[in-house]
Design a protein around this ligand. Structure first.
Ligand code: SF4
Length: 361
């Protein structure tokens, strides 16, 4: 295997990266160069597990609606969730609310300025703390995201899985060793940009790359093999059958309160099945639960199967549209809303797919 010495590599890495950043980096993002820790924090939370292209509009909407942390802290949960709708990983949104209220109330709106204090905030791990710390306060901590893992794994020919504990530790140490301590924010942004626009996951621009004479993966034809990933977790399949219970212009919805996916989002009354089921079976179960009364309803349509892929689960949903003859008393946490007002509630993606399709109620 062709190798340049690790020492040479490390020495050259930072110099070449910053040279690339100065001369060739044209990547633009609204939060780039931003010094306001509130805006940096918002962008980093939105970008956790989200592609930049997808997160951009959300970032702009949040900044427009809540220009400072006090405005975000004062907003009702429902409004914040609605703005977050479609971004997924809703725990981020819940943590965002808790942290905004903590900073606004307990810290008088002043974002903490040390790495340990930032990391102690809800929803902030080592990566986000390093990003906020380096961008807003020039703290010397390297960021380690998917881009950074990939760039380092390829250039240094590292065979450790980036998502293992050992791998994370190794990459963190290396990135911190390489970090330009005088300009950590600039270095962190440069390495992430480089991974996003040059050393991309697929079809990186190797022949034009500033590292092509030093990159172990390129010199050894191993670009497609690095970084190494641990085996994927198995995906659990779940079947959600939603009852669209309509009385005149009204529909029943409820808020999810269980310790499960989509906590605090809204949904239609739902029956979960362990395997694929059919309308007859689901309606029988709904009657048994006392949700529907025989002779007081009519099933008028059933949707096609709609799927939503989550990181560890595949949700398969189907929607049964039901017309109710006499308005029944509602179950504890159910509420009536009208078709016009349904857009005010934040729903999981699978329900929005249904609502946007032709089969909408
Ligand atoms: S040569 Fe290719 S694999 Fe190596 S750093 Fe450059 S783009 Fe990435």
């Amino acid at each position: 295997m062709k190798r340049t010495s690790q020492y040479d590599q490390e020495n050259k890495f930072t110099t070449l990266l910053l040279k690339w950043n100065r001369e060739q980096n044209t990547r633009k993002m609204p939060w780039k160069g931003e010094k306001d820790p509130y805006k940096i924090w918002l962008s980093e939370i939105i970008l956790q597990q989200t592609r930049v292209e997808q997160g951009l509009n959300y970032y702009n909407n949040f900044i427009k609606t809540f220009p400072d942390v006090h405005k975000l802290a004062k907003a009702p949960d429902k409004k914040i969730f609605k703005l977050w709708e479609g971004l997924g990983y809703y725990t981020r949104c819940r943590n965002l609310i808790v942290t905004a209220r903590y900073i606004s109330k307990e810290l008088n709106g002043k974002f903490p300025g040390t790495y340990e204090e930032i990391k102690a905030l809800k929803g902030i791990g080592p990566y986000t703390a390093a990003a906020i710390g380096s961008f807003a306060f020039n703290l010397p901590h390297a960021v380690i995201d998917g881009n950074v893992f990939r760039v380092l794994a390829r250039i240094f020919g590292i065979n450790k899985p980036a998502d293992s504990t050992d791998g994370k530790h190794f990459f963190t140490e290396l990135a911190n060793k390489l970090l330009d301590k005088k300009q950590p924010g600039l270095f962190n942004q440069a390495i992430m940009d480089f991974g996003a626009v040059v050393c991309k996951p697929a079809a990186p621009f190797c022949t034009k790359c500033i590292f092509k004479n030093n990159c172990i993966a390129f010199l050894n034809n191993k670009v497609n093999e690095l970084p190494i990933k641990k085996k994927k977790n198995s995906i659990k399949k779940r079947w959600f059958y939603y009852l669209i219970m309509e009385y005149k212009n009204e529909i029943v919805i409820r808020q999810r309160k269980e310790k499960d996916i989509w906590l605090q989002l809204y949904e239609f009354p739902m029956i979960e099945a362990v395997k694929e089921s059919d309308q007859k079976n689901i309606l029988q179960q709904a009657e048994k639960k006392g949700w529907l009364e025989k002779k007081n309803y009519k099933a008028i349509a059933i949707s096609r199967l709609i799927k939503q892929q989550l990181s560890h689960q595949l949700i398969v949903g189907q929607f049964i549209q039901i017309r109710i003859n006499q308005k029944p008393a509602l179950k504890n946490d159910w509420l009536w809303t009208t078709k016009n007002k349904i857009g005010k509630y934040a729903f999981p993606g699978i329900i929005n797919q249904y609502l946007k399709a032709k089969v909408r109620p």
